[in-house]
Each structure stands twice: as C-alpha cells, then as structure tokens.
Design a protein around this ligand. Sequence first.
Ligand code: SAH
Ligand code: CA
Length: 237
Amino acid sequence: MENPPIKMVPNAVVLQSEELVEYILETSVYPREPQLLKELRNATSTHPLAFMGGSPDASQLLALLLKLTNAKKTIEVGVFTGYTLLLTALSIPDDGKITAIDVDRKAYEIGLPIIQKAGVERKINFIESQAIPVLDKLFEDKANEGSYDFAFVDADKVNYLNYHGRIMKLVKVGGLIVYDNTLWGGTVYWPEEAVPQGKRPLRLSVMEFNKKIAADDRVDISLVPLGDGSTICRRLR
Ligand code: SAH
Ligand code: CA
C-alpha cells in the first residue's frame, strides 16, 4: 500500500528547537533525576568524551520502559562511565541482574564509586571485553536463550546489526531491545556533503541499521527522537 501524503509535519518544527529540549529537561527530567545520577553526570562532565554519556531525557524513558516491562534480567552493551547502567540498576528489582559489557574499564571506574554508594553494585556483572565474543559466549549456554527481559545497546554503531542478530536470540519474545543514537546528531537525513567528515562513516552504519530494523518483521519498533534518538524494539517471535 502506498503511503498517504503527509500534509502537516508538526515535528519538523518541534524536533529542531533547542529551547524545547531545554524545556523538557528543566520541566520533566532534571527535577525527577535521582541525585546519584546527577552526581554521576557531574563526575563524567570533565571526561574528554563526556558527550557519550547518556542523555537524561532518553534515559528517563529507558527507566520507564524497564519498570513497565518489569525487567529483571538485562544486558547493556556500551557502559562508558555508567549513567544508563546506574539508571538501569535503580529501575530493576532488588534481585535484578545486569550483564554490562564495555572494552573500557577505566571509564566504568569513574562511575563505580557512585554505583557503590547507590548500593546497587551487586546487581551488575561488568565484563571488560569486546561485546561480540561475550554475546556469542552467552548464547552458547542454552539456558540464556530467550532469557533476557531487556537489552540496551549503546556501543560502536558499526556493529549494531551484528548485535541485533545476537541479542534477538538472548531477549525473550515480548522483551525489549533499545538501540541508542539512531538519529546520529540529526545527520541521518542530511546530504552527505553537509556532514562533517568525522561523522560520515558511522552515520552510514546508523542509516543502514535504521533501514534494516524497519524491515525486520520479527520486531515492533518506534524511533523516539529524545536525546540522540532511541529505537525501541519489541521481539515478536
Ligand atoms: N551507555 C552509556 C554510554 C556508552 S558510550 C551512557 O549512556 O552513559 C559507548 C561505549 O561503548 C564506550 O564506553 C565504548 O568503550 C564502548 N564500546 C565501543 N565499542 C565497543 C565494543 N566493540 N565492545 C564493547 N564496548 C564497546
Ligand atoms: Ca548513547
């Protein structure tokens, strides 16, 4: 069926307003952001790669999704200093577990004292490694197949499709997978020449991922334009 013509696109105005993002943050996000998450954000702010830290608005949605789905057994691919990891740990029940994978333990150690202070370190199994071999190892164990309630993927965008293939086997039917940064600074629709050289290669990976995920009939999806864009997927079969 052909797509009906679009007459009005209110989002075209809404999505590009910096002031509106500020409004959302000041009105709905910061007043409810747990103190220790603020502290972790603060501890990250002097890191040269601080921009990689989770966007508080998109993360707030993540927390809501974790609670809505009663997620207990989760995976995080790409931890950095642990903003979304701490947020996940605070959102799952006492006996919840997070398998958290990152190649960079040093960055994780910036957030770790705050995670400890929050009393949620016992929920976290941090694995310092490239993500693909860890995921491969996880589903070698049949007991892990379809056993995860939730996955958050936020590591190297060039591997998102590789992660998707694997995580679809680990997350249960009805479970959620959230992919972060799927609007790649808004560059996904720009003409190539307008995109800074440094952003081009990964932008292509993100665009390819967005196309493939939209065509994947094994998942329901929604690309939410909060933060840098998050694609929420629900495994259907
Ligand atoms: N989820 C974090 C941000 C993650 S930033 C937050 O919201 O605060 C992306 C992280 O992915 C970086 O820490 C980087 O070290 C990690 N990463 C990149 N490539 C990876 C790979 N191949 N395997 C595992 N981690 C990787
Ligand atoms: Ca991210």
